[in-house]
Write a protein that binds this ligand. Structure first.
Ligand code: CO
Length: 134
């Protein structure tokens, strides 16, 4: 079951400049940041109420996020829904014939994650995340 919007992903050309706006100007609380090599990004999470904003700066010019930035100039990138069981949600999406980006869950900043293909979701890139208890 999808429980809530966990975060909204936003592509920025410069993570520090992004943090200056989202953290310092708007006052959202910084949660964590990390290099996620397999997604070709540096990412940061900022908390706002029960949800978060995820900033993504491309570090690999061949990655999807770099292409998005080049084509669209940054901005809204994806919506992430929280679930208790990302593998089960992925199997359910597969069974419904939804085109996927990830065939299996993988590690992301928000926990165990996977992406559905925007062609199958009316143009909105959708992520599922199962947060990992820390
Ligand atoms: Co995300």
């Amino acid at each position: 079951m999808l429980k809530r919007i966990h975060h909204v992903g936003v592509v920025v050309s410069d993570l520090e400049a992004g943090l200056r706006f989202w953290q310092h100007t708007l006052g959202l609380a910084f949660t964590k940041s990390a290099m996620i090599a397999e997604q070709g990004v540096r990412a940061a999470l900022l908390k706002v109420g029960e949800s978060e904003i995820e900033l993504l700066e491309p570090i690999n010019p061949d990655g999807g996020v770099a292409k998005f930035l080049a084509r669209r100039g940054g901005g809204l990138h994806h919506i992430c829904f929280e679930t208790d069981d990302v593998a089960r949600e992925l199997e359910a999406a597969k069974a419904m014939g939804i085109q996927l980006i990830d065939q299996h869950p993988r590690d992301g900043l928000a926990g165990l994650i996977c992406f559905l293909h925007p062609k199958a979701t009316r143009g909105v890139l959708v992520e599922y995340a199962q947060p990992i208890e820390e």
